[in-house]
Design a protein around this ligand. Sequence first.
Ligand code: IMP
Length: 192
Amino acid sequence: MKKIVFATNNYNKFNEIKYIFPKNIKLMSLKDLNFNEKIEESGNTLKDNAKIKSNYIYNKYSLSCFSDDSGLLIDHLNGEPGVYSSTYAGVPRNDLSNMIKVLEKLKNINNRIACFKTIISLNLDSKNLIFSGELLGSISNSIRGNNGFGYDPIFIPKGYNQTLGELSLSIKNKISHRALAIKKLINFLNIL
Ligand code: IMP
């Protein structure tokens, strides 16, 4: 049976993918490999960071591997916070401070267009493939709702009036950048 490693330390993400993963491929976690190192995400783009993680595991274990990296890109801020989304307001990561920083930067700004983006890098045998997903929307004027994580309470998906913090998780999981990128990856693996 073919084996593929999902290089993530986030077990919510791992379990979410495991549920929909093709049953003829064994999905392995970093825990299954007893891998405890921290991979430095030193890239300047989401794609670079996703590749760094999947390449590292592929080169170390000679096992096919994929990893993901996501971020919020704001039009008026030329794509910020982008690859720096998780620590935009400083280290350690603080979702509330990050949202406050964004709202401050967009104070009195009419252009509030933004998108979430996910990049998945897959190292399959000797090939590297990229899958991406985007969720278009806009930044609200205030923090609204408690659902989700990260910037969800200030992000209004296109076609909705509520933020992702107000919308249910089942709606988010149908339309999200991550869901779209994962769907593309699964479709690809299903036709192998
Ligand atoms: P990660 O690559 O999935 O860990 O995402 C990096 C950072 O981007 C997170 O720490 C969040 O700040 C932001 N982010 C990514 N995806 C989402 C999302 O679905 N909702 C809200 N924030 C997100």
